[in-house]
Design a binder for this molecule. Structure first.
Ligand SMILES: Nc1ncnc2c1ncn2[C@@H]1O[C@H](COP(=O)(O)OP(=O)(O)OP(=O)(O)O)[C@@H](O)[C@H]1O
Length: 680
């Protein structure tokens, strides 16, 4: 009998004390189960050594070479640097180490090793810094192992996580196979236990691929199963909110500075038909970035409010909540409609004030983030819930918000360009309206893919756009390891831009900043006081500043195309010609081909489709395309086939098989209950 339980706190694992526990909590790891579900973000594979002449900047590589100089030791400030030169048949190279003086004796001239590390340019010369040193035998042993690389946070090293997960997997009872044998056989799935083991510590790439497939199958299976429960229960709902169109909506539409597009009109008609039907509306508005979904949300909210009810709008970020609040609040006041903002960063006192106003009906429209689903929020008469999910399938949050009313109408907005076959599965509980037409007069965004040598030209171009009164975003190089480093990067980069464009108003934005600071910066950018915004991907979702015309993305090769498309969607939202500059930090035929797709088209559907063709399914080490939160491993595009299979399997499960599955896996049952709310 194994000692450790899946529900135990992580502190039950040897070596994890209070301090480590706190840091683990930051990664949302509280229990043993959370720990073993903390999946690697990639693997370090020990590839065979390559010739020195084929080493590339920024890539990790191993070389087999002989030391040809005696170690040179230099003291630079508080760093002691050892460097040597090594050579193989193809050329020679400098290697250096910091504060490791003890290496001196191992690195005598004539010695022969395998060195492995990342190559960087130092004063124009390629060097490998801090390479690991192996004998040929040691390296050979390593070559068969894929080492997991985990998402980390301050105080948690990869080594610590690797050890903790290894211990947990050894000591916990993993008998959670809940799928019937027939399904395992039909879809050729490995057991759930083996899948977990192989995902963390794969014996080889084939087994890893199988393990991933099994775990992705689980994610999709559970999702579609939960969705089918939700759909069933929705059928039984009655609806008390019959909302008729009123003069105020016609007025609002007439006063818009533009005419609704045909697609917007169609979607608006569909919404109106739903909400006066006596049934609960459950509708998805699917439209590409910048297609004008927000006005449909505004019209629907206005309609709920003028009918005497409340409506709420939930968005994924505070920045976005504030942006919508500013516009809607201003526009609706003339109809006597009061709007409130509710976000996590507000003080307890102002939150209390808003709760009160929501409860007694003093405000009719409530706009906010996940704060809207807090227990303390009680609505007086919530008739409409709008959620802006972008590419996050936040079914749970959506349902929690609608649980605040008596089956209010639900409108979901999404910019994820998914083909209809997949949309039907992923949004199985919703009817779909497509906004497949961009507002008239939009000029297509001009794109270019360049390398880092083009930076100064790009800065000059941005300078010119600013002189013409426009604004620009620059997305900073991504750092996977830590948000702290990412923040430092943004700050450093901003200094560089200030030097290159001394007359421009430049500011930065990153995830580590306080909400208030972020809001201020965004507000200033919206008003045009800031001309260049250097940012991490926090601006990715929904931000609308139509005067911004340049989107420059550093390290574009590290992003998935869907994400690049979202980022690019921040420009081209007004009447001015807009530009997207994709700066490629690395050379490579595949990289070029992929980014070329962005060059060819501004259409999200096309991009998603082409990207998939290029990568093919099963590209495990590739970049995830969608940042959807619902799935940890699965990528709706790349794993579309598994999604279809899992959906099919979930639909075919008999009642008995389901009951047995719930018995074997209480977690599965909990998941469904949590998902759909209430009981099973
Ligand atoms: N029919 C229209 N004609 C002209 N401009 C429009 C029209 N509809 C919306 N707009 C404007 O287009 C811009 C983008 O619209 P909106 O912010 O609603 O896009 P979105 O679909 O929410 O995009 P995203 O998914 O990127 O958030 C806004 O500035 C909006 O005022």
């Amino acid at each position: 009998m194994k000692e450790l339980r899946i529900t135990d706190s992580v502190t039950k694992i040897k070596g994890i004390g209070e301090k480590t526990e706190k840091s683990l909590n930051k990664l949302a790891i509280f229990t043993v189960s959370d720990l073993i579900r903390h999946y690697p973000r990639g693997y370090d594979a020990f590839e065979p050594p390559i010739p020195i002449s084929s080493i590339r900047e920024g890539e990790k590589a191993a070389i087999e070479a002989s030391v040809i100089t005696s170690p040179l030791v230099k003291q630079v400030r508080n760093l002691k640097i050892i460097s040597i030169r090594v050579k193989d048949a193809s050329g020679s190279l400098v290697l250096s180490w910091f504060n490791m003086p003890f290496l001196k004796n191992r690195l005598m001239s004539g010695y022969h090793y395998i060195f492995r590390g990342k190559a960087v340019y130092k004063n124009g010369v390629l060097v490998i810094e801090q390479p690991d040193i192996y004998t040929r035998e040691e390296y050979q042993r390593k070559m068969n192992i894929l080492q997991p690389l985990y998402p980390l946070t301050d105080g948690i090293t990869n080594n610590l996580l690797t050890k903790a997960i290894r211990t947990a997997l050894d000591e916990v009872e993993l008998n959670n196979e809940y799928l019937p044998k027939s399904i395992l056989k039909e879809y050729k799935l490995m057991s759930s236990k083996n899948a977990l083991l192989e995902l963390h510590f794969p014996k080889d790439k084939e087994l890893l691929s199988e393990a991933r497939r099994r775990l992705i199958f689980d994610e999709f299976f559970q999702f579609t199963l939960a969705l089918s429960y939700l759909k069933e229960s929705k059928k039984e709902w009655t609806n008390n909110f019959v909302l008729e169109e009123r003069q105020e909506c016609l007025d609002y539409e007439k006063n818009l500075p533009y005419q609704l597009t045909g697609a917007q009109k169609r979607a608006w008609d569909e919404i109106k038909k739903d909400i006066k039907s006596g049934h609960t509306m459950n509708r998805l508005i699917q439209g590409d970035v910048g297609s004008g979904k927000t006005v449909l949300a505004a019209l629907s909210l206005l309609l709920a409010a003028v009918n005497g009810y409340q409506g709420s709008l939930m968005v994924p970020t505070e920045v976005l909540a504030r942006q919508h609040f500013e516009t809607i609040n201003n526009e609706f006041l003339k109809y006597g409609i009061r709007t409130a903002l509710l976000t996590g960063s507000m003080t307890a006192a102002s939150k209390r004030d808003v709760y009160e106003k929501i409860k007694n009906g003093e405000v009719q429209i409530i706009i906010g983030t996940h704060a809207l689903i807090q227990e303390k929020v009680e609505y007086q008469k919530l008739a409409l819930v709008v959620t802006d999910e972008q590419h996050r399938f936040g079914v749970r949050q959506r349902e929690m918000l609608s649980g605040k009313g008596e089956h209010p109408h639900v409108l979901v907005m999404s910019a994820t360009p998914i083909p209809r076959t997949l949309a039907i599965i992923l949004y199985g509980d919703l009817d779909i309206s497509l906004v497949d037409e961009l507002p008239v007069g939009r000029l297509p965004i001009k794109n270019c893919v360049v390398n880092t040598g083009y930076r100064s030209t790009a800065y000059r171009f941005i300078g010119k756009q600013i002189e013409e009164g426009r604004q620009a975003y620059i997305i900073c190089p991504m750092v996977e390891e830590s948000e702290v480093i990412e923040a430092e990067n943004v700050i450093e980069y901003t200094e560089k831009i200030k030097e290159a464009l001394p007359h421009a108003a430049v500011e930065y934005l990153h995830g580590k900043m306080k909400a208030q600071e972020k809001n201020d910066i965004m507000e200033h950018f919206s008003r045009g006081d800031i001309q260049i915004l250097v940012s991490t991907t926090v601006v990715e979702v929904g931000v609308n500043v139509p005067n911004a015309t340049v989107m420059m993305i550093e390290n574009a090769e590290r992003f998935g195309l869907a994400q690049l498309h979202q980022l690019r969607g921040r420009v081209g939202r007004g009447k001015h010609q807009s530009y997207c500059i994709l700066v490629c930090g690395r050379e490579g035929k595949d990289i070029k081909k992929r980014l070329e797709i962005m060059n060819q088209s501004n259409d999200g559907f096309y991009i998603a489709g082409e990207d998939l063709k290029l990568r093919g399914p099963g590209d495990m080490f590739g970049i995830r395309q969608s940042g959807d939160m619902e799935f940890k491993l699965g990528d709706i595009y790349q794993d579309a086939k598994v999604l279809m299979e899992a959906n099919e399997a979930a639909a075919r499960l008999s009642k008995e098989e389901l009951e047995e599955a719930f018995l074997k896996s209480p977690e599965l049952k909990m998941k469904i209950i949590e998902f759909k709310g209430g009981t099973l």
